[in-house]
Design a protein. Structure first.
Length: 402
């Protein structure tokens, strides 16, 4: 904990973490808000899963592009534009009665305009701390973001089930606008300039660690999305139990991040963490009531933040600084496609087989999430004794003959 205390005393670190968490707080609210709202409108979890899938696919397509645009036009212009469009799409879904296809189109537009806060802040981090502090900072960030998944599901479940699903989406839009304004106004956002990448879009995917983090992130978040939908379907929309279970799950991830974030990252680090998540997912599929499901998700949650921290670190250590935003954009794309696939598959299985179908889908996805980093562990850099700083951007230096 002394390591994290030292980090938080570093000028600007606590503030930028708080600002980006507030800006990203809707991430912990919006999927549940859309799920409950669209299910209420159409009476089908399958329909809700399609809207979530369209939104996530839009975010996935936009991720690398908007991240790369920050190196061309600067962080603030891109963040301002995307925040405005994303907020408008949320207000439209909340307030405008539409057919299902229109909900999907608006969700897609909202996804395409998702503000690239996460790539921005993770590009800023290496400029705020020393190289030795960077890996613990990634772990602190991955752990702190679980606050989004602790408070977000509880807040949205209580508001949507006890007041209205429309108000739930409006609250999420408020956090998007207020948090986005705070983050955009942060001095670091104006101070750090992302160099324009000299490589074509997608060239960072030639780096095996970036591909590994993208694929495993897809599987991790896919399993999490399927689990989230299954928890909601298990307890229905008439009480706070679903939000409480999801909050317990996120608290476990937060605790795991603080407990395991300092462990050196070897080539098997990601596989070990994904194995624990798989075991917890299987136990969740076998659970029979509130407490057994909560215990299963505690086990699964213990390694979610540590797994994400490993992904952030191996990407940072494998690409040049000018490519970090795009690389994190691709990792985000993998995670968002995973959310789309996990939500859609779980939605249809829940309609056909009940919540158990969604939980087993999550377990299967998590199993693949363990196999991939185990088989391809050679693509996983060994960061034991190394820092996770990005590779420097170097150019030829002109010299005059003596």
């Amino acid at each position: 904990m002394s390591t994290y205390g030292s980090l938080l005393r570093t000028p600007g670190v606590a503030r930028i973490i708080a600002a980006q968490l507030t800006a990203r707080f809707p991430s912990g609210m919006l999927s549940l808000a859309y799920l409950l709202h669209v299910e209420f409108v159409f009476g089908s979890y399958g329909a809700a899963g399609l809207v979530l899938a369209a939104t996530s696919v839009g975010q996935a397509v936009a991720g690398p592009l908007t991240s790369r645009w920050m190196g061309v036009w600067g962080m603030r212009p891109v963040l301002i534009l995307t925040t405005a469009i994303a907020a408008l799409s949320m207000l439209t879904i909340a307030l405008a009665p539409m057919p299902l296809w229109a909900y999907m189109v608006v969700g897609l537009v909202g996804g395409l305009s998702q503000p690239p806060v996460q790539p921005a802040v993770r590009t800023i981090y290496p400029k705020m701390v020393t190289s030795r502090q960077l890996t613990p900072l990634f772990s602190l960030d991955a752990s702190a973001q679980e606050l989004i998944w602790i408070a977000g599901p509880v807040v949205i479940t209580v508001i949507a089930t006890q007041v209205s699903t429309v108000l739930g989406i409006l609250v999420a839009a408020f956090f998007l606008i207020a948090g986005g304004a705070w983050f955009i106004a942060s001095p670091e956002v104006g101070r750090v300039r992302i160099p324009r990448s000299k490589r074509r879009l997608g060239a960072v995917l030639r780096r095996p660690p970036v591909v590994l983090a993208t694929v495993v992130g897809f599987l991790l978040v896919g399993a999490a999305a399927a689990t989230e939908a299954s928890v909601v379907a298990t307890f229905g929309d008439h009480g706070p139990e679903a939000g409480i279970v999801l909050a317990i799950w996120a608290v476990a991830s937060l605790g795991g991040g603080f407990a395991f974030g300092h462990i050196p990252i070897g080539p098997w680090a990601l596989a070990r963490r994904m194995l624990v998540i798989f075991i917890g997912s299987v136990l969740a599929a076998l659970a029979w009531e509130f407490w057994s499901l909560s215990l299963a998700l505690v086990i699964a949650g213990l390694c979610i933040a540590p797994a994400l921290a490993v992904m952030f670190a191996i990407v940072s250590a494998s690409v040049k600084f000018s490519d970090t935003a795009e690389a994190y954009g691709w990792v985000g794309t993998g995670q968002l496609i995973g959310a789309a696939v996990g939500s859609a598959v779980a939605g249809f299985l829940i309609d056909g087989y009940g919540p158990d179908g969604g939980f087993w889908a999550a377990a299967v996805i998590a199993a693949v999430g363990f196999v991939v980093p185990a088989v391809f562990h050679r693509a996983h850099p060994d960061l034991r004794g190394r820092d996770a700083s990005p590779l420097p951007d170097t150019d030829a230096v002109a010299t005059q003959p003596s």
